[in-house]
Design a protein around this ligand. Structure first.
Ligand code: GDP
Ligand code: IMO
Ligand code: MG
Length: 429
């Protein structure tokens, strides 16, 4: 068994896209298993930059790429993305891309509901307004449209009627116009012939891959602290982002997901609302944001920045099932005289070594820091361990110790090739 599952181990945007692109060279197939176009993954290869949201990051290396059943798919957005990367030279054909027949569709009404709720809420979640939450609700509510429904347009009117019976009540409540069933049907009929060539079976693709001893890379979006169960609820996304979801969201058994690689940024960022114990609302936070170019790929929002929180990552390593990590953006820490790492919290005078589940308690946590010496040398674009200054190595070693997981990969710039392999995740834990 030589498969690898990649998940985010903080609040997203850790550099999963870069690492998956790099790893996909060693894989035969790449499979997305949750989330939707709320994800934004930037991949840099020389002077070409690709921004992917729904397409598995394996497409950049021309690997067979599956959008698994656990993903919620906005078909219009998918076609736009295919056209966009097509203009950048990546031809996405049904030979490369398979969309699971049982993946749920995100419709304009989901985006609108997401926006209506966010705009009306006094306590916002800060969603990407891509309709992700509402479409997962419809999935669990057993009224969603799925990719396969586009193959049977004759069945659509009844399915649309069921869906709108629910949505139009909500829309009336928000004082919003009802959805016109005929217009939605026409839009779906229009898009169906463009999407259906990609529709296939995720579980059968993966079964065939297993029989042919192919290597599969499972690609997570978002991250464990945004997981619907294990994250900072309610400031989370609407899917499970832990490694276990790779199995459920693609149609394989739990033993098939292989080694779990958690992607960890060398500091912490978060986009959207919610608790963030090590957030720096000062010049140091600004400096991290500027050096790290911390602006969201999807919404362009400024990401909140703070010191590395080892308590959180230790917890996501445990809940997420992480065997080893890829530590990214080490270069962003170049030139800081000292670096702080959170090693515990204080809550109402008591010491804690974990993130409590209660959102009010999370908001009151005071970080307890350990200070490490920084380094003045550049680690940018370092491609070997030997090129790293001693204090950078000390930082990496201390991170490993605190989170209880070894570093497999180190990343020192956005570029694919600026990656140091300490141990090959495909070779096993
Ligand atoms: P993802 O959502 O986890 O795939 O991450 P994003 O692509 O949203 O955000 C990560 C950003 O950091 C992207 O702009 C990457 O190009 C960039 N990046 C990734 N690794 C590194 C690194 O090691 N150093 C620097 N400076 N930038 C990196
Ligand atoms: P990648 O894959 C960072 C955040 C949103 C919001 C919360 C809920 O690029 O790491 P949603 O639209 O999912 O209902 O929003 O989750 N969020 C992300 N933050 N990276 C992401 O994806 C995210 N996807 C969702 O900002 O706080
Ligand atoms: Mg991102």
């Amino acid at each position: 068994m030589a498969n690898v599952t990649v998940i985010g181990a903080q609040w997203g945007d850790e550099g999963k896209g870069k690492i998956i692109d790099w790893l996909s060279n060693r894989a035969d197939m790449v499979v997305r298993f949750q989330g939707g176009n709320n994800a934004g993954h930037t991949i840099v290869v020389g002077n070409q930059t690709y921004k992917l949201s729904l397409l598995p990051s394996g497409v950049v290396q021309g690997k067979r790429s599956i959008i698994g059943n656990g993903v919620v798919v906005d078909p219009w957005s998918l076609l736009d993305e295919i056209a966009r990367v097509g203009a950048a030279g990546l031809k996405i054909t049904p030979d490369i891309l398979v969309l699971a027949e049982n993946a749920v569709l995100v419709l304009p009404l989901h985006r609108e509901l997401d926006t209506m709720r966010e705009d009306a809420a006094s306590q916002k979640i800060g969603t990407t307004k891509r309709g992700i939450g509402p479409s997962y609700e419809d999935k669990v509510g057993r009224r969603a449209l799925r990719a396969i429904d586009l193959k049977d347009v004759a069945s659509l009117p009844a399915k649309i009627e069921r869906l709108l019976a629910h949505h139009n009540v909500l829309r009336r409540g928000f004082g919003h116009a009802e959805v016109d069933a005929a217009a939605l049907l026409a839009a779906l009929k229009d898009i169906a012939p463009k999407i259906t060539p990609f529709i296939g079976s995720s579980w059968r693709e993966l079964d065939a891959a297993k029989r042919a001893s192919k290597r599969v890379l499972f690609e997570g979006a978002q991250a464990v602290l945004l997981d619907i169960d294990h994250g900072t609820y309610p400031f989370v996304t609407s899917s499970n982002t832990v490694a276990g979801q790779a199995a459920a969201g693609s149609g394989v058994g739990p033993r098939e997901i292989g080694t779990v690689l958690g992607i960890v940024k060398s500091y912490t960022t978060r986009v959207g609302e919610g608790p963030f114990p090590t957030e720096l609302k000062d010049a140091t936070g600004e400096k991290l944001g500027e050096r790290g170019h911390e602006f969201g790929t999807v919404t362009g929002r400024k990401r909140r920045c703070g010191w590395f929180d080892a308590v959180l990552v230790r917890q996501t390593v445990i809940c997420g099932g992480v065997d080893g990590i890829a530590l990214t953006k080490l270069d962003v820490l170049d030139g800081f005289a000292e670096l702080k790492v959170c090693i515990g919290y204080e809550l109402d005078g008591k010491k804690l070594d974990y993130l409590p589940a209660d959102a009010n308690e999370q908001a009151r946590l005071k970080p307890v820091y350990e200070t490490l010496e920084g380094w003045s040398e550049s680690t940018q674009s370092a491609r070997s361990w030997a090129q790293l200054p001693p204090n950078a190595i000390k930082y990496v070693r201390r991170v490993e110790e605190l989170i209880g997981a070894p570093v497999s990969l180190l990343s020192t710039s956005p570029d694919r090739d600026d990656t140091i392999m300490v141990r090959d995740p495909f070779i096993g834990r």
